[in-house]
Design a protein. Structure first.
Length: 317
């Protein structure tokens, strides 16, 4: 081999060695590295919740409910008392606002103030009656969100917390993963139907989100159990007279909240927390023809499992 041949051979060997070094050396990126990094990023979402409905056999005898999906659990233990299609992915209407409330409560003070945008004022359907340019506290907006189910309050909260509803929704979905609600997808802060987009949850996921919120947020418990509140006018906003639309709050003894919902796609939905004789129950109904009476029937069924009979004359009128 002449000198030129030796030079070419050694140069080739050198560059081949360098190539192997960069391909296989730990910590140096290769063409295949982005995929594992994406997977690792998803894996970094740590589940922070340790309460879930237990997948125990439930006695579904004796109830004939129209709802597409039904779940009743012991609030403390998670024992399933009744279940029907609890893993079906369904739209949940304004029960989505439970997550909206959770996010703002975790990241803001009740005294923080947000300004109503044009989008917030004009979102439509259920409303607390906000006007563009008004400024309200987080607490006031939460009353408007949870009592009359104000979509205007939902958008104002979302924009106030993260600058835009789109960014807020991203955080809603991240929070769902953190709670272990992996079969849930949010597309807005209000629960409204959107043409061409799908928003869904399951009865199990919704119960998990509701339980976490009720358990960790004292202000949420206080606000959702309020039957009616009058917010006085200030220099920043007009007066508001807000009434709680939550079914059974005033007619079924022991019911404390949480949230009803309805759209034409979802049907009638309801998440309810009730407590009698020290026993706590959490119920979820999705896609019902009569959520009020079906939830009452469900609660009667659940409390009877513990030998508790609840008289509700106001409901029976």
């Amino acid at each position: 081999m002449n000198r030129m041949g030796k030079f070419v051979f050694l140069a080739g060997l050198f560059f081949l060695t360098i190539g192997f070094f960069f391909i296989f050396k730990p910590g140096i990126p290769t063409f295949g590295s982005p995929i594992p990094k994406v997977i690792a990023a998803r894996d970094q979402i740590k589940v922070i919740n340790d309460w879930f409905p237990k997948t125990l056999p439930a006695d579904n005898e004796g109830l004939n409910l129209t709802a597409k999906s039904v779940l009743l659990v012991d609030y403390d233990s998670g024992e399933v008392l009744y279940q029907k299609n609890v893993s079906d992915k369904l739209p949940a209407a304004s029960t989505v606002k439970i997550m909206t409330a959770l996010l703002v409560l975790e990241g803001n003070k009740l005294s923080d103030t947000f300004t109503v945008s044009k989008k917030g004022a004009e979102v439509g359907e259920d409303s607390m009656g906000l006007t563009e340019g008004e400024k309200l506290s987080v607490e006031e907006l939460l009353y408007g969100l949870m009592l009359p189910s104000g979509n205007d309050a939902a958008v104002t909260i979302a924009e106030g917390v993260y600058g835009s509803e789109d960014e807020f929704v991203k955080q809603m979905n991240i929070k769902a993963r953190q709670l272990g609600a992996d079969d849930t997808k949010f597309i807005n802060a209000s629960g409204l139907d959107v043409d061409g987009e799908t928003q869904y949850t399951t009865a199990v996921d919704l119960a998990t989100i509701a339980h976490y919120t009720w358990e960790t947020q004292k202000a949420f418990r206080r606000i959702t159990s309020t039957e009616r509140i009058f917010l006085d006018a200030t220099d920043a906003h007009k007066a508001f007279d807000l009434t709680n639309d939550t079914n059974l709050l005033t007619t079924y003894p022991g019911v404390r909240g949480i949230k009803p919902g309805f759209t034409w796609e979802s049907g009638l939905c309801l998440v309810t927390y009730a407590e009698n004789n020290g026993k706590k129950l959490l119920g979820v109904i999705l896609g019902s023809a009569n959520r009020r009476f079906e939830m009452a029937e469900l609660l009667d069924f659940g409390f009877s499992k513990y030998g508790i009979k609840v008289d509700h004359p106001a409901l029976d009128l």
